[in-house]
Each structure stands twice: as structure tokens, then as C-alpha cells.
Design a protein around this ligand. Structure first.
Ligand code: ATP
Length: 238
């Protein structure tokens, strides 16, 4: 079986600085795959390249059987790849409902859009309770929920989440992680970038550890959780 996403020897540079130095990994349909690693490892750069926001300097990206090489970002969304970016980027003055509707900008099936908005409210009841309020009034964790809900509105085949737990309280982080588990149970395929290695590896099928632009270790979430070098470097053990 071919994977939903295949990344082969991907390189990405900002001018002369190479941030991603030849990484390869794949995501099978139905899997949660996580990229973990410290600040500056190249995780966000990788997601932005997959979304078409940055151009690779070398390598191959094949999504759902199609090479993405020079496909522009809006067409990549249409192919089924959605990105919930680091820092959320919701529209603070628009209402929660309007933010969700914007996530469906490529769709014209009104009934389906309404059904998916309701689904977002089921996943995150607080969004339903406050649907008519400006999104800027939500807390950081609630804005993260909205960003995830909005990304889901494009009915993606692959949902990419960049640091969904960043800056959240432990309770809110727990909520976000259990929602990712729930989405996985519903069959959503997810590529998750996280600095919280413990949380990410606990729910991932596959994990890859990135360091300064390279993947230095790969394995199942469970294997990496018990790996001694991972425990020392990322899980705060001596
Ligand atoms: P973080 O968790 O901080 O987002 P990351 O693993 O996602 O870390 P990237 O943001 O992809 O890492 O950054 C990888 C490298 O590329 C870093 O050295 C960073 O300083 C550099 N970099 C990122 N964005 C730019 C940019 N716009 N211009 C120049 N260099 C950049």
C-alpha cells in the first residue's frame, strides 16, 4: 500500500541557511504521526513546506498519489491537506461561527458545511456555546480548539497540527490531546508537531525525532517513549 503522504529527502532553506537537511518519512491513512524535537529543529519549516507556503530546495513530496513540488498553497488545501498553524492565526474580530465557515471556503455544499460546524461544536462544546462571540474573546486553549475546528472544516484527508499544546494549561493540554485521540478514532489522519514529546508520543502510531534539520531517530510512539536517549533529551530524565 502506498502512503497518503510520502516525503523523500526533503530540503528547505531560508537563503543560505538550510533548516531542513534531507528528511524522509511517510504517513499512512488513519495514522497519527508526530515530529518531535527542540526549538529550531525544522518541524514548523517542514509543515509550512508541505502546505506550499515554502518551496523545497530539493526532495519529493507525494500526497495522495500526486507530487506537490510546485502546487500552490490554495490548491494543496483543495487536495485535502489542512494546516492548523503554530500561533493559531484565528480572525479575532470575526465570530467563532464565521471563523469556522472560513475554513470551508473551498466548499459549496451548504448542508455539509452546517453539519461539519455542528460536528466542531460537538467536539468542542465551548465553541458552540459562544458561536456568536468574537473569536478574540476566547482563551488561548479555546482559540487552539477553534484553529483545529477550522482546519477540519476543509474535510482534510490529512490534518497537520503545529504545536497545539503550546502555551496551554495542563488541563487544556489534556483536552486538546484527548480530542486528537478522538479524531484519530474517527479515522482522521494527523501529522502532529509537538515540543511536548510525552503527550505526542503517547498517542502517535509513529514518531520521528528531529534535530537541527535531520531526523535522528524514528519508531513507534511506544518505542520512542521508552527509548533511553529520547527520555534523557526530551522527557526530562537524567
Ligand atoms: P519551533 O518549535 O521553534 O517552531 P521548529 O522545529 O519548528 O522550532 P523551525 O521553526 O522550522 O523549527 O526553524 C528551523 C530553523 O530555521 C531555525 O534555525 C530557525 O531559526 C530557522 N528559520 C525559521 N524561520 C526562518 C525564517 N523565516 N528566516 C530565516 N530562518 C528561519
Amino acid at each position: 500500500m502506498t502512503a497518503l503522504l510520502e516525503v523523500e529527502d526533503l530540503r528547505v532553506a531560508y537563503g543560505k541557511i538550510e533548516a531542513v537537511k534531507g528528511i524522509s518519512f511517510s504517513v499512512e491513512a488513519g495514522q497519527v504521526v508526530t515530529l518531535i524535537g527542540t526549538n529550531g529543529a525544522g518541524k514548523t519549516t517542514t509543515l509550512r513546506t508541505l502546505s506550499g507556503l515554502l518551496k523545497p530546495s530539493a526532495g519529493r513530496i507525494v500526497f495522495d498519489g500526486k507530487p506537490l513540488g510546485s502546487v500552490p498553497a490554495h490548491k494543496i488545501v483543495a487536495l485535502g491537506l489542512a494546516h492548523s498553524p503554530e500561533g493559531r492565526h484565528i480572525f479575532p474580530r470575526l465570530t467563532i461561527a464565521e471563523n469556522l465557515q472560513l475554513g470551508a471556503f473551498l466548499r459549496s455544499d451548504k448542508a455539509g458545511i452546517e453539519r461539519d460546524i455542528q460536528r466542531a461544536y460537538e467536539l468542542f462544546p465551548i465553541l458552540g456555546e459562544r458561536s456568536k462571540q468574537a473569536a478574540g474573546t476566547l482563551s488561548g486553549g479555546e482559540q487552539q480548539m477553534l484553529a483545529m475546528g477550522r482546519a477540519l472544516m476543509s474535510q482534510p484527508k490529512l490534518l497537520m497540527l503545529d504545536e497545539p499544546s503550546m502555551g496551554l494549561s495542563p488541563i487544556m493540554m489534556q483536552k486538546i490531546m484527548s480530542t486528537i485521540t478522538e479524531l484519530k478514532a474517527q479515522g482522521t489522519t494527523i501529522l502532529l508537531v509537538e515540543q511536548n514529546a510525552q503527550a505526542a508520543l503517547s498517542l502517535a502510531d509513529q514518531g520521528h525525532v528531529m534535530e537541527v534539520g535531520h531526523i535522528v531517530l524514528s519508531g513507534t510512539g511506544r518505542d520512542l517513549l521508552v527509548d533511553e536517549s529520547v527520555r534523557k533529551a526530551y522527557l526530562g530524565e537524567d
